[in-house]
Design a protein around this ligand. Structure first.
Ligand code: ZN
Length: 193
């Protein structure tokens, strides 16, 4: 029925917005479910950096949502799900379910995640593009998430399984400060000349 997307880099308040939307539903008779990828092993609930949290159901595939009838469904960190799971969102909308989804829009290269592209293709009723403070220049203009492997910006591919041992760290970056595979190439060519 209605699709709302909350997109943006790390630390842009996406989870906070999702929690704000769902928190009042706890006091209503509206059947709702909040879901999060089982790949997220760090958090037991959806947590915002403001200290507010809400319990989420851990799932391996969005298909698990279809087992029950919800009026409203929330999905956190949608970038952790495969693009094929967007079929589930289509089915939920067909059933008349309101779907609110949050997640990173771009990957370590600054490219849209496939799953996000597919969601945008559905023609959402609302898209909230959030910004964060750039952790390099401190301007409130960060739209990308820089991924670091041992303090070096990652530009040559992401492992399919991300170790949770602190090898990888994430920082919001603005367009000027973001190091992408393309900007690395430009830098190399400039050095050659
Ligand atoms: Zn910056």
């Amino acid at each position: 029925m209605e699709l709302k997307l909350i997109l943006g880099p790390m630390k842009s308040g996406k989870s906070f917005e999702l929690i704000n939307f769902f928190a009042p539903l706890r006091y209503t008779n509206t059947p709702f479910g909040l879901f999060q990828s089982a790949r997220n092993v760090r958090d037991a609930s959806i947590q915002s950096r403001n200290g507010v949290n809400l319990d989420a159901i851990k799932i391996h595939s969005l298909r698990d949502i279809l087992q029950k009838d919800y009026t409203v469904v929330g999905i956190d960190e949608v970038h952790m799900f495969p693009e094929s799971d967007v079929e589930v969102v289509v089915e939920l909308l067909r059933r008349g379910t309101k779907v609110v989804i949050s997640g990173l829009d771009t990957d370590y290269r600054g490219k849209l995640f496939e799953v996000v592209t597919k969601l945008l293709e559905l023609g959402p009723n609302e898209v909230h593009y959030k910004r964060a403070a750039c952790e390099n220049c401190k301007k409130f203009d960060a739209i990308y998430t820089q991924v670091y492997r041992e303090a070096v910006p990652l530009t040559d591919g992401m492992p399919s399984v991300i170790p949770e041992d602190g090898t990888f760290t994430y920082k919001p970056m603005c367009r000027d400060c973001f190091v992408s595979p393309t900007s690395q190439l430009v830098l190399k060519l400039a050095n050659i000349n």
